[in-house]
Ligand binder design. Structure first.
Ligand code: PLP
Length: 405
């Protein structure tokens, strides 16, 4: 059977309504910013495959590091054992993270990085003998699809079937930050799945000031914004703040392998040190700190050099110049750019607005992968994307806008 037939018979895809979704495109390989399907057709990946592909697809140094590590040590239990890829990666991360985030806990993906952060925050207060049970999160937030992450996320279409099972959170900015909170969790400067909403450095600094003043932990979910997406390596850095806990995933391995990391300040780690074993962080995953994923992440970090920063700056410039032209179109509202991410709205009815699927279809027929969040169109390309490829992406968007009139 062909990939298409096997897929139709056996697979269940994420975020896909199988009754009405078009058949998925079988991808055979990829290179740089380009996906190549089984028939040899090329498609520019303008969304970094759900925001993970950092430098480019099949990036040779990362592929090499993965092969090397797989032949040496593919996996080992991470309780009672350790290994060089995890230890060296943790050291390299601490070096690059905002100063003071010195302890790294590995998990498997963005949602688990958030779960771990929430559990650390809640147990931190428990271990100190000052239990605080409430987390605060922003309106429009998205932190993942596991239950804790869903609870912190905004209530809406994605969480509706599970509403009664989610824990209550204090919702900012409607409710105040008080000293009863265990932690505040935010997606610094960019709320991704909530509609590529960009928010100000000043507000982030204000939240940092208020949490510090009230003794509340600040969790920065940089699963999307980490590793240069907003320009500097971390969005927190752009605002000049240091959170107490940071969540990382997606681009951590350059987008090659699933890996999550939650890094905390030393004082938080110390609250778990005790002769009382109940103070242990009883959390772990079978594949915690998988050596191959850690090797990929080390190789990816090494690629975040000056050349990468220059490329990111070039992408930002291209976004700005293309958006300046698109902004004149009557359907387009709220054009915005933050580092390598550009977005605008088409004034529809939100996530279920059919315009998103229409644009996806239109763009795919012209060799570009876009996946609007309903009526919110965004371009979030791998860093290797060339100016010519960006021209092509925006050319397709402009053609779509012109066709709609
Ligand atoms: N946090 C943020 C800010 C995200 O954008 C996402 C995914 O889009 C997640 C968490 C969840 O990550 P994952 O899909 O790897 O579970």
């Amino acid at each position: 059977m062909s990939v298409r037939e096997l897929d139709r018979q056996y697979l269940w895809h994420p975020y896909t309504q199988h009754k009405i979704a078009p058949a998925p495109i079988p991808i055979a390989r990829a290179e740089g910013a380009v996906l190549i399907d089984v028939d040899g057709r090329e498609i520019i990946d303008a969304i970094s495959s759900w925001w993970v592909t950092l430098h480019g697809h099949a990036q040779p140094e990362i592929a090499e590091a993965i092969g090397r590590q797989a032949r040496l040590l593919e996996q080992v239990i991470f309780a009672g054992m350790t290994h060089e890829p995890a230890a060296a990666l943790a050291a390299a991360l601490v070096e690059k993270l905002p100063r003071g985030l010195t302890r790294v806990f590995f998990s498997d993906n963005g949602s688990t990085a958030v779960e771990v952060a929430i559990k650390i925050a809640l147990q931190y207060w428990q271990n100190r003998g000052q239990p605080r049970a409430r987390i605060a999160a922003l309106e429009h937030a998205y932190h993942g699809d596991t239950f804790g992450a869903m609870s912190a996320s905004a209530r809406g279409l994605f969480t509706e079937p599970f509403g009664s099972q989610l824990f209550e959170v204090v919702r900012l900015p409607e409710q105040p930050i008080t000293d009863q909170l265990a932690a505040v969790i935010v997606e610094p400067l960019l709320q991704g799945a909530g509609g590529m909403r960009m928010w100000s450095e000043a507000t982030l600094r204000e939240i940092r000031d208020q949490t510090a003043e009230k003794g509340v932990l600040l969790i920065a979910d940089e699963v999307l914004t980490g590793f240069g997406r907003t320009g500097p390596l971390f969005a927190c850095e752009k605002a000049g703040i240091v959170p107490d806990i940071i969540c990382l995933s997606k681009g951590l391995t350059g987008g090659f392998l699933p890996l999550g990391a939650t890094a905390a300040r030393e004082e938080i780690f110390e609250a778990f040190l005790s002769t009382d074993r109940r103070h242990t962080l009883f959390h772990g995953h079978s594949f915690t700190a998988n050596p191959i994923a850690c090797a990929a992440a080390q190789a990816s970090l090494a690629l975040l050099n000056d050349a990468s920063a220059a490329r990111r700056a070039a992408i930002e410039r291209a976004h700005r110049s293309h958006l300046a032209k698109i902004a004149a179109h009557p359907c387009v509202t709220a054009p915005r750019v933050l580092g390598t991410v550009a977005a605008f709205n088409l004034g529809g009815v939100g996530y279920l607005d059919p315009v998103g699927a229409d644009l996806t279809h239109f763009a795919l027929e012209r060799g570009v992968l876009l996946r609007p969040l309903g009526d919110v169109v965004y371009v979030l390309p791998p860093y290797c994307t060339t100016d010519a490829q960006l021209d092509q992406i925006y050319g397709v968007i402009t053609e779509f806008l012109d066709a709609r009139g």
